[in-house]
Write a protein that binds this ligand. Structure first.
Ligand SMILES: Cc1ncc(COP(=O)(O)O)c(C=O)c1O
Length: 424
């Protein structure tokens, strides 16, 4: 929120001495108002829309059948327990809670993974975003202007995070939005063109914004070729459990860790535990040897130390309590399965329409997670909002979890009307 000027309140402004003024004023005078986050501004417009049958397909949070983003029952239980039992809020270390990290590592990578051979280590971060920031800074070390290959379209925060760390970004079109066609062949080509030491960014599952994921043969192929070509994977795993299943969604990541000497995995617990604002995530690093892993990990912790000193505790403490208690674990897994099943129902329901206004929706049934790209222009997006009360990102990304199954006919009718008007 940009502070508004208060005309009634005038405070005398002390000036810098002349001669010093221009240098100091250059600092204050050179900033520009940054564009508002488009999705956050959609949130505001949606809230202000009085229509009762409006649909919010914009912001990337899970919604249940009644359009709510609930606090999971297991989270509520764990929070109650935390309130009763927590003895101290004294500082954690920069690496966060090692028990949370170990429990997550074993869940994500398979039982025993954290202890297996000492080549996998992790630290708790403020969300997946914090993990990506540390990963980007690590990758910018030990090699000036390292290249990072990024398939497009991708999560809009990837580019600024990687670029701010000083990495050189090379993009390639991983998904043709106009035809809704996934092009893994372009990723395979990028891997052949990349130089040893380059980084390949991969979405572990439930690609944001396209929903198009590699199959296991694809993952096996890239693990092999990346190992042979000396490339470094940065895997962004932010939606485990919301695609095909808990283990299925991590299968590609596990293949990469098994098939390559080293890898970085930026993990988010914010979606699969519904903890968004509590900022829960982890960065996992794997090195070729125990000694290299330890040095990589300790450098990651040093980056965390100078970035946020230590991660917020509450959400990770909740995740830890859930994973330590079999009853809470079962409750969480049951609710996560329900979320996954609901997303799959919406996908299947929409896919069954086949072609709508020239857009082939049938592929939605084979894509995963909350997001999909519709090849519609910003004008059609605006028409959908104005005419039908359907809100989405101007890129054409929709959050399928924002759709109720009984609202699918209205969504399809709105889409047909908006795109046909745009064509006319
Ligand atoms: C692909 C991807 N990576 C990372 C994140 C960041 O997640 P977090 O909210 O945990 O920082 C998101 C969030 O939308 C995402 O879509």
């Amino acid at each position: 929120v940009i502070p508004a000027a208060n005309k009634n309140h005038r405070r005398a402004v002390r000036r810098y001495p002349s001669g010093m003024e221009s240098e100091a004023m250059m600092f204050f005078g050179e900033f520009r108002i940054q564009p508002a986050d488009p999705l956050l501004s959609i949130m505001g417009r949606f809230a202000a829309d009085p229509r009762s049958r409006k649909m919010d397909l914009g912001v990337g949070v899970y919604r249940d059948d009644s359009g709510r983003t609930p606090v999971l029952a297991a989270v509520k239980d764990a929070e109650r327990r935390l309130l009763q039992e927590q003895q101290s809020k004294s500082y954690l270390g920069s690496e966060g809670d090692p028990v949370f990290v170990k429990l997550m590592a074993d869940r994500v990578f398979g039982a025993g993974a954290s202890a297996e051979d000492g080549r996998l280590a992790g630290l708790q971060t403020p969300g997946g975003t914090g993990a990506l920031l540390v990963a980007a800074e690590l990758l910018a070390m030990n090699g000036a202007g390292r290249k990072v290959w990024l398939g497009t379209p991708t999560w809009p925060n990837h580019v600024p995070i990687l670029a701010a760390a000083g990495l050189e970004i090379v993009t390639y079109e991983l998904y043709e939005v106009a035809t809704r066609r996934f092009r893994p062949d372009r990723l395979f080509e990028a891997i052949e063109r990349a130089q040893p030491g380059d980084v390949i960014v991969l979405h572990g599952c439930c690609h944001n914004p396209t929903g198009a994921d590699l199959d296991l043969d694809g993952w096996r192929h890239i693990a092999d070729r990346m190992a042979e070509r000396g490339l470094i994977p940065l895997i962004d795993l932010a939606y485990q459990g919301l695609g095909m299943g808990w283990d299925e969604d991590a299968a590609g990541t596990r293949l990469m860790l098994a098939g390559l000497p080293g890898a970085l995995v930026a993990y988010s617990c914010d979606k699969n535990f519904g903890l968004y604002r509590d900022r829960v995530g982890a960065l996992f690093v794997q090195g070729p040897s125990v000694a290299e892993t330890q040095a990589l990990w300790s450098t990651a912790v040093a980056i965390a130390r100078r970035s946020w000193s230590m991660p917020p505790d509450h959400g990770a403490a909740v995740v830890r309590l859930i994973l330590e208690d079999p009853a809470l674990t079962l409750s969480w897994q049951t609710e996560l399965s329900e979320m996954r099943a609901r997303i799959a129902r919406v996908r299947a329901g929409l896919a069954a329409y086949g072609k709508v206004a020239g857009i082939d929706l049938s592929g939605l049934a084979h894509e995963h997670g909350m997001f999909a790209m519709l090849p519609i222009g910003a004008d059609a997006v605006e028409r959908l909002r104005e005419e039908a009360g359907i809100y989405m990102a101007s890129s054409g990304r929709i959050n399928l979890a924002g759709l109720q199954v009984d609202a699918l006919p209205a969504f399809v009718a709105g889409l047909r009307a908006a795109t046909e008007m745009a064509l006319a």
